[in-house]
Write a new protein. Structure first.
Length: 299
């Protein structure tokens, strides 16, 4: 989900608060935004398919990004010399986001978030092939821990491994592809340019595929608040993560994201009556351990 890199600098906090606390507050904004997006996506799935959800989500984002561009006089920066890489990035992200929304309606929210945490592990496995980075023993061990964690969460042979679980696994892979595409773009493109092409291309993709199945639906009035939650939540989450990364190193910021799991587990229990499954937390612990090992290997 969060695949836009933050600014590389470590700007000091202007609030007088300790830098880690400022970063934690920004990450709290991201965690709340992602959690609200999950609830909104599940509620919208009652009336809308994933292509329709993506169309409305991206259209709201496009309006916000264009408004920012007009306000800051950056519309001239829309032009890019790398349209092909933008297309690749957004094919990955659009596919992953569709599968993520699809899975939300099928499996417990905590399972979706736990499996999604494998994104950095997919990045560690694919980076040597795509970005030319070296594969290390630590990254291989991190990948093994992540794989074991997914097995513990899904428990094939003990409970059903459903199409919803498979959708999140593929979504995590796609988010990793999107992250690496973003990494390649970030050398020449600004965050605003990347966000513009993301919202524009994914609006076109969602609308095109939604119309292709001849069943594109206008949202009922009761879905409008959830559309706003999903549309605003995605951009706010990206903004919060990018700002947190500009305040503190990735090794400080990234572990904070794992607080999404207990929060969404409690939300799932309170709102949808989903059981607090210890196996999900045990599997997530393995996945998180793999991610922390991967982070340590990069420092």
């Amino acid at each position: 989900m969060a695949d836009l890199p933050g600014a590389p600098g470590r700007a000091p906090a202007a609030t007088g608060l300790p830098v880690p606390l400022v970063a934690a507050l920004w990450m709290l904004g991201a965690i709340v935004s992602f959690s609200l997006m999950a609830i909104g996506g599940r509620e919208m799935a009652v009336d809308l398919d994933t292509f329709e959800i993506m169309t409305y989500r991206s259209a709201i984002g496009l309006v916000l990004v264009l408004g920012f561009g007009i306000w800051r006089r950056r519309l001239h920066r829309i032009a890019t010399r790398r349209p092909g890489m933008h297309l690749v990035r957004n094919l990955f992200h659009f596919t992953g986001q569709n599968l993520w929304f699809y899975a939300l309606a099928l499996i417990p929210l905590a399972q979706v978030f736990a499996i999604e945490f494998t994104v950095p592990i997919w990045v560690a496995l694919l980076a040597p092939l795509v970005l030319g980075e070296h594969m290390t023993r630590a990254r291989l061990l991190a990948a093994l821990l992540g794989f074991l964690g997914v097995l513990v969460v899904t428990r094939p042979g003990v409970s059903d491994f459903t199409i919803g679980h498979a959708a999140v696994v593929v979504a995590a892979f796609c988010f990793a592809g999107s992250f690496m595409s973003t990494k390649r773009l970030s050398g020449t493109e600004t965050v605003w340019t990347i966000l513009f092409w993301m919202t524009f291309l994914q609006t076109v993709m969602g609308l095109g595929l939604g119309l292709a199945d001849l069943d594109f639906a206008l949202p009922p009035a009761n879905q409008l608040p959830w559309i706003a939650v999903v549309g605003f939540g995605g951009l706010i989450a990206h903004l919060c993560i990018a700002t947190a990364l500009s305040r503190a190193p990735a090794t400080v910021v990234a572990p904070m994201d794992f607080m999404r799991l207990p929060l969404i587990a409690v939300i799932g229990m309170a709102v949808y009556g989903e059981a607090l499954d210890l196996a999900v937390f045990a599997g997530a612990a393995l996945i998180i351990a793999g991610n922390l090992l991967n982070l340590r290997d990069r420092t």
